[in-house]
Design a protein around this ligand. Structure first.
Ligand code: RUG
Length: 684
């Protein structure tokens, strides 16, 4: 309808604040209330964008009550709590997730209908919160969901980047990056916490007190201010927090004199840059001073906050029993990025709280755990000792002492995945086989898959202008573009397939399985080879898709701007997906599990190869792809042969049935029992 129509509808619904509205009419009134009285837009506009913000604010009303209740419940019970520290979170869109978890999806769909909108039209307005680079960031977000779902007292800590992962535009010259301005208007999900602010120091020097204790003084001090994002769980009232830190200048540090003198840059200080952009991660070789500052900023702010909460929850006792700290606090470090937490906790305990080394070290050891996410040496960040001594002089003293003391102690660290190649063994599926053979399920399964493929085909047409056939086999590879992930091998396979089709007679072609190959992913802005791969995929697609002789048998699509919400359309519509990283290079991979769960068959590298001939093999593969390409094509041929609809559907059902193990709820349950040793703490 037109703007006038929308306003007319709005006028018929009374704007009434009702934060806990449950029925559609009351929800519609509460949405209208926000459209009128939350001062972001003119009340005379109710276009989809304004409708999204008003809807999100009304959902936030519902969340805030649960979020406050959860906080006071934890405060009262004072359970052991986990804090998940991560430099990345790939949250995606929050509205669909929130209405689903609050179990108000139908009520909201109904309320919006009264306001002249479909829920889907409104949810599509939301910008993805892309505060992460890839698998590591999405895993962190899945973990937050699971912690809330399992009613675990667990919070996330991260940074509130002004600009998240760039938006990928495809032009004639290939990928172009533009800033994804997720905070362009505002985020309806964050709650600025003006009461939660901590000082963070950089540079300066270490002073030795008369009693021999040490103090870090001087340098630059900025402030970390908290923004909380409520994280609702599924089928529970527990609503946890993702606390994102933003850098702010202290009023006394703002140099008005310099500003008046026209020196705006120095007057604005470095605080404005600390949280400006998400640093490119996922195996790039960059490690710069700003990144180090970001990492320390996250660690220091989070640990000061954790210690403050520990003290607040002493229950009126004056004396702090520091030995109790590890029975109240578990800190999980998501990869090496927040590992400065270790010397920072030591510093806070020794220099601020007056503990000795041994006691502080014992507490730190029992509090902090670390997950490793990579086997690529270039992804393990390094800084020169000169830089470290300059920026964090007290931490370097502590790090050197740790190094001296624990050099010969073997610490246990967990990786993200266990080799699970035998998990798909037939006996695991024995219980499910009768369902896969059941006469009704395969037909229902196929029609659900076809509907998802149709949605995906519509999406591809919308973003690329290329029409694809939902009855062709959908073969997908979506992940960051990287040489070790071998999108190049995939596209070479596609070229080979194209050439073979060209050589065939029309009759022979008709006997082949029509296929749509989709590749999507972002290439880091200065990673030339990755950008060339993006361009190659899109150029090969341009040739194949316009070749009338073969284009009803093969289409090649580069799906632009791969992100969480694009994945939500691609993964359900997939039938075959590619996880073909060079053996020994991928720590785990996570989208593989999402594909399998959605009834997609996967082609994956058999990593056991790596165990046999290790480095020799890697060297060979990196010299040229051809030996692997032949194997890959062999595999691809076999899977084409398997394209007997009935057989495929059965494999697809079994794939979903066997995926339970890969639920992040299961993973987090295991973390809670085995590492954090925390119990659930559900709201009564
Ligand atoms: O590359 C790894 C993936 O193999 C893994 O599945 C994912 C989640 O554990 O983490 C990715 N990763 C590793 N992202 N950044 C790094 C290095 O910091």
């Amino acid at each position: 309808g037109s703007t006038t129509d929308r306003i007319k509808i709005l006028e018929k619904i009374p704007p009434v604040a009702n934060p806990q509205a449950k029925d559609p009419a009351a929800i519609a009134s509460n949405i209208n209330y926000h459209a009128h009285y939350s001062p972001h837009f003119s009340p005379y506009k109710f276009e989809p964008e304004q409708a999204f913000y008003a809807t999100a604010e009304s959902v936030r009303d519902q969340l805030i009550k649960q979020w406050n209740d959860t906080y006071s419940h934890y405060h009262k019970v004072n359970p052991k709590q986990t804090y998940y520290l991560s430099m990345e979170y790939l949250q995606g869109r929050a509205l669909t997730n929130a209405v689903g978890n609050l179990d108000v999806q139908d009520a909201y769909a109904n309320a919006l209908k009264q306001l002249g909108y479909a829920l889907e039209e409104i949810t599509e307005q939301e910008k993805d919160a892309a505060l992460g680079n890839g698998g590591l960031g999405r895993l962190a977000s899945c973990f937050l969901d699971s912690m809330a779902t399992l009613s675990l007292p667990a919070w996330g800590y991260g940074l509130r980047y002004r600009y998240g992962l760039f938006k990928q535009l495809m032009t004639k010259t290939g990928q172009e990056e533009i800033a994804e301005d997720w905070l362009e208007k505002f985020s309806p999900w964050e709650i600025p916490r003006h009461d939660v602010v901590f000082p963070i120091r950089f540079f300066g020097q270490v002073e030795i007190n008369p009693n021999g204790s040490r103090k870090w003084i001087g340098g630059e001090v900025i402030q970390a201010a908290a923004y909380d994002v409520p994280i609702p769980g599924y089928k529970t009232k527990d609503t946890n927090s993702l606390r994102l830190w933003e850098a702010k200048a202290r009023a006394e540090d703002f140099n008005l004199f310099e500003f008046n003198d026209g020196k705006y840059e120095s007057a604005a200080l470095l605080h404005s840059r600390i949280c400006a952009v998400l640093y490119p991660g996922d195996a790039t070789e960059d490690g710069k001073l700003l990144r180090l500052k970001q990492q320390y900023f996250l660690c220091s702010a989070s640990l000061q906050d954790i210690i403050t909460r520990f003290k607040e929850r002493l229950g009126g006792r004056d004396k702090i029993l520091w030995s109790e700290f590890p029975s109240k606090v578990a800190v999980q470090l998501n990869d090496t990025h927040p590992t400065l937490s270790i010397p920072e906790l030591m510093r806070l305990l020794m220099d601020d709280e007056g503990l000795g080394w041994d006691e502080a070290w014992d507490i730190t050891n029992r509090t902090i755990a670390y997950t490793n996410h990579t086997v690529l040496p270039e992804a393990l960040e390094k800084w020169s000792q000169t830089v470290m001594w300059k920026l964090l002089p007290r931490h370097m003293e502590i790090i050197e002492e740790i190094d001296k003391r624990v050099r010969y102690t073997l610490n246990l660290v967990n990786g993200v995945a266990q080799l699970h190649s035998d998990i798909l063994k037939a006996e695991l599926f024995s219980d499910y086989v009768k369902f896969a053979d059941n006469s009704e399920l395969p037909a229902e399964w196929e029609s659900a898959k076809l509907a998802s493929k149709q949605q995906l085909a519509n999406y591809v047409l919308q973003v690329t202008g290329v029409s694809i056939d939902p009855n062709s086999l959908f073969d997908i590879q979506i992940k960051r573009i990287h040489e070790y992930k071998r999108q190049l091998m995939n596209i070479m396979g596609a070229v080979y397939r194209y050439k073979k089709l060209k050589e065939m007679s029309p009759e022979e072609r008709k006997k082949t399985t029509p296929r749509t190959i989709m590749i999507g992913g972002k290439a880091f802005a200065t990673y030339t080879n990755a950008k060339r791969i993006v361009k190659l995929v899109s150029d090969v697609g341009a040739v194949v898709n316009t070749d009338p002789e073969v284009n009803s048998f093969l289409k090649i699509i580069f799906v632009p701007n791969y992100n969480v919400s694009v994945a939500e359309v691609l993964i359900p519509g997939s039938e075959l997906s590619q996880h073909i990283s060079t053996a020994g290079m991928e720590a785990s991979g996570t989208s593989n599990m999402k594909f399998a769960l959605n009834g997609c068959l996967i082609i994956g590298t058999l990593d056991e190869l790596m165990l046999k001939s290790e480095k020799k093999l890697v060297k060979k593969i990196s010299l040229f792809l051809v030996q692997q390409l032949t194997k890959f094509l062999g595999c691809v041929k076999k899977e084409s042969k398997d394209w007997d609809r009935k057989k495929w559907t059965k494999m697809s059902i079994l794939s979903t049935a066997g995926s339970g193990k890969f639920s992040s709820d299961r993973t987090i349950g295991q973390y809670a029992n085995e590492i954090w040793k925390i119990d659930e703490c559900p709201l009564p």
